[in-house]
Design a binder for this molecule. Structure first.
Ligand SMILES: [Zn+2]
Length: 145
């Protein structure tokens, strides 16, 4: 067994820092002098690094902050929509209530405006129903494929 084989057999332990100081120094010296073993060592080290990455695919700090920013953005936008929709609904309901109970409004005006509001609500509901229906269809199509 020549020196190269001895060194190459120890590379794994060398990478893990499991060699004695003396053995490690021998490997060091040999790697410095021997191109062939150095290239084997580099391949070996790269392979080990790849395997480590596969076993522990830890996201980098930049990736993490991207993910967190995504969550924050979505949560903030969701809250924004909730506040917007909630406030709008309260205002509309209050407006309808105030209008329907306002004694100054003539009866036919009240009926006409309530009819318009009812019409808008019905259109909105049909659009919503269409949306939900086509969403369900899309889902079904995906399942069929
Ligand atoms: Zn060698």
């Amino acid at each position: 067994m020549n020196a190269c084989n001895v060194v190459q057999e120890k590379l794994s332990a060398y990478l893990d820092g499991e060699l004695t100081q003396q053995e490690g120094q021998k490997v060091d010296v040999h790697l410095r002098d021997c191109d062939r073993c150095r290239s084997v060592f580099e391949d070996f080290r790269r392979l080990r690094a790849d395997i480590k990455d596969l076993e522990y695919p830890e996201p980098s700090e930049a990736e993490w902050s991207n993910v967190m920013a995504g969550f924050t953005f979505k949560a903030t936008r969701g809250l924004g929509w909730l506040l917007w929709a909630g406030g709008a609904v309260v205002l509309v309901i209050y407006g309808i209530y105030a209008f329907a109970t306002d004694p100054a409004v003539k009866a036919f005006e009240r009926v006409a405006v309530l009819a318009i509001i009812l019409g808008v609500v019905l259109v909105f509901l049909t659009v919503l129903a269409e949306r939900l229906k086509s969403y369900g269809h899309d889902k079904y199509k995906d399942v069929e494929k």
